[in-house]
Write a protein that binds this ligand. Structure first.
Ligand SMILES: [Zn+2]
Length: 177
């Protein structure tokens, strides 16, 4: 059985847990039920007119130095498309409206944060851009970017299987050129 990621009950402050499952932890003192549910995140596949995809090298943990796609946790009041647009702007400087992002698929992921591996649900979106001439890296998040033809993306160097799978899904499902 999993260990609770919570130190104390958020309702009464007690620190003893009854573990019901790997996603349900009940406070032994007051019975307050804490659940682990997937955290929604947005992932952006940015594709230029030559069918190349923008890949980033991660400048922080988890997955420091490994590759990935722009993206991050969806904030309150945001749609997945809005989060994809915001993260794209923050990480690589490309400004696009939320309406530029088209839904591709959702994929499960695991993300190590503050000592616990949290489940996330990655909402993957495609956005077409003319080129990547305006890319400006956010250096706290991204150490390098790569512009890869879809068939040459080094998927084995990706930090997260969900990001690699998003590239594969787009590659296999895309209409013939
Ligand atoms: Zn409690």
């Amino acid at each position: 059985m999993a260990e609770s990621p919570f130190k104390f009950c958020s309702d009464c402050g007690n620190g003893e847990w009854i573990t019901r499952s790997d996603r349900e932890f009940v406070c032994a003192a007051c019975g307050f039920r804490h659940f682990i549910t997937p955290i929604p995140a947005a992932v952006a596949l940015l594709i230029d007119e030559q069918d190349r995809v923008l890949i980033i090298r991660r400048a922080h943990e988890p997955g420091f130095g490994l590759l990935g796609l722009p993206g991050g946790v969806i904030e309150p009041e945001e749609s997945g498309e809005m989060a994809a647009a915001r993260e794209t702007h923050e990480e690589v400087g490309i400004e696009l409206p939320a309406s530029a992002f088209t839904y591709l698929c959702t994929l499960n992921n695991r993300y190590l944060f503050q000592g616990y591996i949290w489940p996330t649900l990655d909402l993957c979106y495609i956005a077409r851009v003319p080129d990547f001439n305006d890319v400006v890296m956010q250096e706290s998040e991204v150490s390098e970017f790569l512009i890869c033809p879809l068939d040459e993306v080094p998927l084995e160097e990706f930090a997260f299987e969900s990001n690699a799978e998003a590239v594969r899904r787009w590659r296999t499902g895309r209409p013939a050129a």
